[in-house]
Design a protein around this ligand. Structure first.
Ligand SMILES: O=C(O)[C@H](O)[C@H](O)COP(=O)(O)O
Ligand SMILES: [Mg+2]
Length: 333
């Protein structure tokens, strides 16, 4: 792509660091479908990345297809739509793919989760609302009884059948700012009860207290928000992986279920698509796995040093400092 500086990662993988309006313009005209990560690309917490809204508006004006793909499970797609509106970003609900939505879709359409079973949630409203939308019953999450602190070394409240609802046949773990011992203890019990690993046995009418799926919405180690990075969903679910010794199904980027959810709804030519992300081990790896071009920005988690580091698995095709840099490109002639 002309006068670019080729980043030479020591891993032998190369990327193009774009820095001029000509390079930006060439990039913008090269792809018809633009998939955007959210945290660290469009915003940091509730603070918009400067120029991001204008770039999105230009892409829409130029007839590009826009898709939003976030590992953040704290909100449902409907709540995300409200956030987009509040931040002045035009969006439609069917353009938004959150890991909360993808996890509920996976339970419903891939696992055929039985209507007489429940999900134990470690997470917030986003997961609960998406489970509701799929008609899947759930306990835990934001329920008051699970958002208390247990008296020290007092496990008595965890002994009753009500406390450890045997109709639970899946634990879904996502970003939860109210993570507590009681939630970890209940999830641990569901995931380690006799027969919990026999998930093939989970069917409509099957006995309660048997198989129990283990699902993570995503496994990001850190969360990009003001003053961060902060511990992310992957760091919050780590205690369960350690205590249960079980291997979860992970939904979000870079994992296949998120890609399958998007491709089931959006039928685009992947050769004309580009993913814009801030994180090598989720966004960029996701795009590589999906056969999609990848543009990395430096306004979120991953750094320039990380791209050039020895142990990176993937590198982007293109690197820019911020999505807002593309705003210098005027309307296509
Ligand atoms: O910890 C998390 O859940 C993630 O850091 C957060 O959700 C990242 O969201 P994304 O960058 O995929 O929008
Ligand atoms: Mg991000």
């Amino acid at each position: 792509m002309g006068d670019c500086w080729d980043g030479k990662g020591r891993g032998g993988k190369t990327f193009e660091h774009l820095t001029t309006p000509h390079q930006y313009s060439s990039l913008l005209s090269s792809y018809d479908v633009w998939l955007f990560d959210c945290d660290g690309v469009l915003w940091s917490g509730d603070d918009l990345i400067p120029g991001a809204v204008s770039v999105l508006e230009k892409l829409r004006k130029w007839g590009k297809e826009i898709v939003f793909v976030t590992n953040n499970a704290s909100k449902s797609r409907g709540s995300y739509l409200k956030k987009f509106e509040k931040l002045g970003i035009k969006a439609e609900v069917d353009e938004i793919f959150s890991s909360s939505y993808a996890a509920a879709a996976y339970l419903k359409r891939v696992l055929n989760f039985p209507s007489d079973k429940k999900v134990y949630v470690i997470g917030m409203e986003g997961i609960e609302e998406e489970l509701d939308a799929e008609g899947i019953a759930h306990v835990g999450g934001t329920s008051p009884s699970d958002n208390v602190f247990l008296p020290t070394l007092d496990f008595s409240s965890l002994q009753s059948e009500e406390a450890l609802d045997p109709s639970v046949a899946a634990v879904v773990c996502g970003f939860d700012m109210h993570l507590s011992y009681i939630k970890l203890a209940k999830a641990h019990k569901h995931l380690t009860r006799p027969g919990a690993g026999d998930t093939d046995s989970i069917k409509e009418g099957s006995p309660s207290g048997g198989g129990c799926h283990f699902i993570l919405t995503n496994d990001d180690s850190t969360f990009p928000a003001k003053g961060g990075p902060w511990p992310g969903a992957g760091s919050l679910s780590a205690p369960l992986l350690f205590s249960t010794k079980r291997t979860p199904t992970i939904i979000g980027k870079p994992h296949q279920p998120m890609l399958d959810t998007i491709l089931a709804a959006k039928h685009f030519d992947r050769s004309k698509a580009i993913f814009v992300g801030d994180r090598l081990d989720t966004d960029i790896e996701f795009a590589v796995n999906g056969g999609i071009a990848r543009l990395m920005v430096l306004t979120g988690i991953s750094t320039r040093e990380e791209i050039e580091g020895e142990d990176k698995k993937v590198v982007p095709d293109f690197l820019i400092q911020s999505l807002g840099d593309l705003d210098v490109v005027e309307d296509e002639k």
